[in-house]
Design a protein around this ligand. Structure first.
Ligand code: ROI
Length: 162
């Protein structure tokens, strides 16, 4: 039995595309993966930091949510995760966005990830993967952010082959 999960990737320090491609390769060892396109997005938070590289990876896995979270944190640490300040620049962020259609709330996880609907750098890559995706019965392609956001596309889904 596998669960369809979606993981947000973000980076604005170091060789972002390289770090994200390496993370993708590691995620591919946890199940069946598919990558969105690669985007360039202005920072949410302090503006005096570089633009981010953002993408989403879909992972069909038999790991539990907490097992998957452990794996994501391991991959972040292996990328030499640096966070300079709250809402600030980071080498690699992996956010568990969705875990099947489950709602999860505990010390370590809030699923669906808070802020999905405010973040075009999450919504647009999610739509690359599944145009019909719904969160709590809401089709994400019908949200205002999906209709009105424009982000620069840096690469099609072949960014993973580096
Ligand atoms: N801003 C953008 N554009 N992309 C991110 O991935 C991102 N991640 C963050 C904060 C600091 C909220 N801003 C971001 O964690």
């Amino acid at each position: 039995m596998t669960v369809r999960t979606y993981i947000g990737l973000g980076s604005n320090l170091g060789d972002s595309q390289q770090l994200m491609a390496e993370a993708y390769t590691k995620l591919a060892m946890l199940g069946v993966v598919k990558a969105s396109r690669l985007y360039h997005s202005p920072p949410m938070g302090p503006q005096d930091q570089p633009h981010y590289h953002n993408a989403v990876v879909r992972l069909d896995t038999s790991l539990t949510a907490l097992e998957l979270l452990d794996e994501l944190q391991k991959i972040e640490n292996e990328a030499g995760r640096v966070r300079l300040r709250r809402w600030g620049e980071r080498t690699l962020d992996l956010d568990l966005l969705l875990y099947g259609d489950q709602t999860i709330q505990n010390d370590r996880l809030t699923i669906p990830h808070i802020g999905i609907f405010e973040r075009d750098f999450v919504i647009l890559p999610l739509l690359d993967l599944d145009v019909e995706l719904e969160i709590h019965g809401q089709k994400i392609r019908e949200t205002n952010i999906a209709k009105h956001s424009q982000l620069d596309v840096l690469a099609d889904s072949s960014w993973i082959n580096i």
